[in-house]
Design a protein around this ligand. Structure first.
Ligand SMILES: [Zn+2]
Length: 48
C-alpha cells in the first residue's frame, strides 16, 4: 500500500498518481486536473 501525499488516504500503488512530483490518490489527482468532465467509469477503464 502507498499513501496519498495530499489527503493521506491509503491506496494501492496502481491507484497512485504523480502530481507535480507528489504521489497522490486518484481523487486528489482528479481534483487538481483541469480537464473536461468525463465519466469516472470511462477513466477507470482506460487506466486498466
Ligand atoms: Zn488524496
Amino acid at each position: 500500500m502507498a499513501k496519498c501525499r495530499k489527503c493521506g488516504v491509503e491506496v494501492s500503488e496502481k491507484d497512485l498518481y504523480e502530481d507535480h512530483g507528489l504521489q497522490v490518490c486518484e481523487d486528489c489527482k482528479m481534483r487538481n486536473a483541469v480537464s473536461p468532465p468525463e465519466s469516472c467509469a470511462t477513466r477507470k477503464n482506460m487506466i486498466k
